[in-house]
Design a protein around this ligand. Sequence first.
Ligand code: ADP
Ligand code: ASP
Ligand code: MG
Length: 402
Amino acid sequence: MVKKVLKFGGTSVGSIDRIQHVAKIIKKEHDTGSQVIVVVSAMAGKTNELVKFSKNISENFDKRELDVLLSSGEQVTCALLSGCLLELKVNAKSWLNWQIPILTDGEHTNARIVNMNVSKINSFLEKGVAIIPGFQGVSKNGDVTTIGRGGSDATAVAVAKLFKADACEIYTDVDGVFSSDPNKVPVAKKIDKISYDEMLELSSLGAKVMQSSAVQTAMMYDIPLEVRSTFTDRKGTRIFDRENIDYSKSVTGVAYSKDDAKITLIGVQDKPGVAADIFEPLNKAQINVDMVIQNISSDERTTDITFTIKREDLIKTKDILSNNKKINYKTINHNDKVAKVSIVGAGMVATPGVTYKMFRGLADEKINILAISSSEIKLSVIIEEEKTLIAVKKLHTIFDLD
Ligand code: ADP
Ligand code: ASP
Ligand code: MG
């Protein structure tokens, strides 16, 4: 018998009407004779609202309590959806994270699913539809945990893996994965098939249609995914191994994010060990450095170092750089009004001139490049935040994606 995991995101379950609509999709699937496990998100806006409640109490709200609070959103959806299915005479049952249990390790608000007990749910699947809350689990010592924003995608993939499902379908508010965010770039086109590694780059670089850790797990265990719309019957996007895809274009998609900040240290001594002295304390403080540029020194004794970090780490980074006696520089500049714009494509490897074409396109729009990083299948630049959409649209056009 075919076993399917269906995951419904926040907008898809954003109102009672929508939950009733989702119940009909599930009933249709169940009526074909498939075994169905459903993973749900909190209703649209709910998790943000809960975060806001906690911040009204304290910017430093206790993380254990925050997890208890945030996990409640998905639990509400589970019960409502189960209720709707029962109304449609479909035998359905919801479980809370600790009832299954979904076991996690790692820290509060950023845990990772490591295992799940499949036996109870497997035996129920012979009778009806199982509903599981996304985005959460329970730690070894019994505390409720959450697994990072957008984490219901990761739950769906973990469920598909642990229950050995034949299919994992991600239902969302757009028709699939597009060449860029269709809500910002109206000429973006739906991609029929995309490889895990391209999807992983796009997600990590800002395309929130799939959460990056979910794609990483799918890639690691070769779990094919389909991203499709809750609101239309159109075919979605299939995400699978690169071998199944033929690359006629150098670039598959353009993504952007506004999560970074740029720091420049001017007048750093140009001698061995200086970069290590700067980055070692940042690493110890778990501050992730992304792009790094070191200029050639004009006087051969000092140089400038520019690097990017997550915007939320800016104050902490500046504190470390100012208070560490081993780090010497003349001036420190920072800019948190920057964006990272990236092109992604497995076809880039075989196409010469992609880098030049990207830089020329940005220059034509008078956009200054502040930092650059590349890998085999992606090229990212940091630019001024206010130019983000101009850059994204320009790159989308010049790489024939419109
Ligand atoms: P869900 O609540 O279903 O998990 P998300 O809001 O997390 O949905 O992700 C869907 C959104 O991702 C879309 O509404 C769209 O604005 C955005 N998005 C960003 N980049 C892309 C892309 N390349 N293709 C499709 N959607 C994208
Ligand atoms: N509700 C959680 C969030 O908003 C998880 C998810 O929707 O995937 O981040
Ligand atoms: Mg999402």
